[in-house]
Structures are given as structure tokens and as C-alpha cells.
Design a protein around this ligand. Structure first.
Ligand code: ADP
Ligand code: MG
Length: 284
């Protein structure tokens, strides 16, 4: 069962958005007619990863992308970040075509933290300020970030002295450090145990509610997508297309534990699960 088409799935509206003078002021990210092929390094065959993908993300919107494994979610994030260029179509951020990485504008966080093991917590977080040109007190900023992610007292620990959840907090602080306008998150809590994951979600939603950045959040966890987002995008099996989208209107601030128990949450969860299962079972 698909949600009714919205603007971002409407080709005529998308054609309008090609003219940047028509751009709605709130439009932060726009993907237009994105298709992507990789060349498999072993067989040299082309892998069709993403097909005709259109998506507009509003400024300060929190969207999640769910979809079967290998459907092109990471590929989409890489194209928004400027890490890879789509084979076809265009990506704009703030109405400007993405042409290479812009670390001050966009922060990227992965499932596996990429902390430097020889640097203490504070110094790992400070790495996130490397591209920050603002004239700020960096020690103070690092201290604030440590507090934001609940790691006060652990500033002088090395990553291998921390639990996985704590390392993800450090990675989150580093991603937030330069105050990027856009956060691209690739299953950031996916490798955590269930309790730690819920805690991280609660903290992240609190941080987002306070700072309201534009977030594109990839996850395989429907509950996570529903609890955090303003909108959930379901992708088809590879080649990934936009299969359905759901506007999530649970009031904020959100209490994730309470939200999970509501009938509205359960109903949406079932709909999205059904959609996703169709893709996993019959999509490819
Ligand atoms: P997801 O994040 O949804 O699991 P990906 O975006 O990582 O999916 O990958 C989409 C498809 O493209 C997969 O079939 C994957 O194997 C393939 N792929 C991803 N990166 C490369 C690459 N660098 N070279 C060749 N194929 C790739
Ligand atoms: Mg991925």
C-alpha cells in the first residue's frame, strides 16, 4: 500500500524546481532524476544501483530512508555529500549543484565510528572543527559537545577504553562539531544493542529538536525511522527507486518509549513493514 504521491514524486512540480529562481526558500536538498551505475571491479559489469530517484528535503526537515539491503541508500547519501557523482540527474543543496565534498555544510556519520584510536575523546571531537572557519573558542566548543552527548568526565579516555555506544557518542559529537547545516547519517545506531540504540535515539532526537538541522537518516529499523522523522521514504529493491513516502505527524518533543506504545505508531509501522516486505520478497 503506497502513500498518496506527494510533491517530490510529482514530475511536473519537479520540472519547475529546475529553475533555481523558483526554488521555495525552505528547500534544502533536491535530487532530480538520479540514476547510478557502478562498475563491478571483478566482473567489469555494470551494477544498476539507483533509478530515476526524485526527492526534495525541506530546510530543517528530518527524513529517514528505509529499504532492502543493497538498494542504494548509501549511494544516495554519497551523492548528496558529493563523494560520488550520479551517472544521471542532478543534486542541489541550497540551490547550488553539489560538486565535491563540503565538510562545513554537511556532516556525515556511519554505523562504524571512524575515531582515531591514538587520540583521546576531546581530540577526536576536535577533528570535527578542522574545517570550521569561525572564530570560536575551540576548547570551549569541545567541552560543550562533550556535554551535549553525555560524555563529561571521559574527555581524556582513548576510544578503546569506551563502549561501542560511547564511541558512537564521540562520533556524533564530532559530526556536530562544525555545526553543519545538513547531517547525513548512515545507519549510525545500527550496530548498537537495543537498549543503547533507544538511548541514542532519544538523545539524538533531543539534540535535533534543539538544533533543527536538515537530516537524511538511513536506517534498516522502521521503529527508528518512525520515532525520529518528519517523513519516511521507502525505497524499492535494487535498482533503488522511491517506492512510497509517509509523512510522520507525531507531535514533538517526542518521547520514544511512549510513542512505541501508541496505536498510531503501531499502525504506521505495520504499513511500512508491509511495503518493505513486498520489496524484499518480490522487488528484485
Ligand atoms: P545500501 O546502502 O542500500 O545497502 P548501497 O548503496 O551500498 O546499498 O549499494 C547499492 C548497490 O550498489 C549494491 O548492489 C552494491 O553492491 C553496489 N555497490 C555499492 N558500491 C559499489 C562500488 N563501489 N562498486 C560496485 N558496486 C557497488
Ligand atoms: Mg548502506
Amino acid at each position: 500500500m503506497s502513500a498518496p504521491p506527494t510533491d517530490s514524486a510529482n514530475p511536473s512540480k519537479l520540472a519547475d524546481s529546475r529553475d533555481s529562481s523558483d526554488r521555495r526558500p525552505s528547500e534544502k536538498i533536491s535530487l532530480r532524476g538520479i540514476s547510478h551505475w557502478y562498475r563491478d571491479p571483478r566482473s567489469a559489469k555494470l551494477v544498476h544501483a539507483v533509478e530515476s530517484f526524485d526527492l526534495t528535503v525541506a530546510d530543517r526537515e528530518f527524513i529517514s530512508i528505509v529499504g532492502p539491503s543493497g538498494c542504494g541508500k548509501t549511494t544516495l547519501l554519497s551523492m548528496i555529500s558529493g563523494l560520488i557523482r550520479p551517472s544521471r540527474g542532478a543534486v542541489d543543496v541550497d540551490g547550488t549543484p553539489v560538486d565535491g565534498l563540503r565538510p562545513g555544510l554537511m556532516g556525515y556519520m556511519f554505523a562504524r565510528d571512524s575515531l582515531l584510536p591514538w587520540r583521546k575523546v576531546a581530540k577526536n571531537i576536535r577533528l570535527g572543527l578542522e574545517f570550521d572557519k569561525r572564530d570560536i573558542d575551540r576548547d570551549r566548543r569541545v567541552e560543550e559537545l562533550v556535554a551535549t552527548v553525555g560524555l563529561t568526565g571521559f574527555e581524556d579516555h582513548y576510544p578503546d577504553q569506551l563502549s561501542h555506544g560511547m564511541r558512537q557518542r564521540v562520533a556524533l559529537a564530532r559530526t556536530l562539531a562544525g555545526d553543519p547545516e545538513v547531517l547525513l547519517m548512515d545507519e549510525p545506531f545500527g550496530a548498537l544493542d537495543a537498549q543503547t540504540r533507544t538511548l541514542m535515539q532519544e538523545e539524538f532526537v533531543r539534540i535535533w529538536e534543539a538544533h533543527q538541522k536538515t537530516v537524511v537518516f538511513v536506517t534498516h529499523d522502521i521503529d527508528e525511522a518512525l520515532a525520529l522523522s518528519d517523513r519516511v521514504i521507502v525505497m524499492s529493491a535494487r535498482p533503488g527507486r522511491l517506492q512510497a513516502e509517509y509523512v510522520i505527524e507525531f507531535p514533538r518533543p517526542r518521547n520514544i518509549e511512549e510513542l512505541h506504545g501508541t496505536p498510531e505508531f503501531q499502525a504506521l509501522r505495520r504499513r511500512i513493514w508491509h511495503e518493505l516486505r513486498n520489496q524484499v520478497e518480490h522487488g528484485s
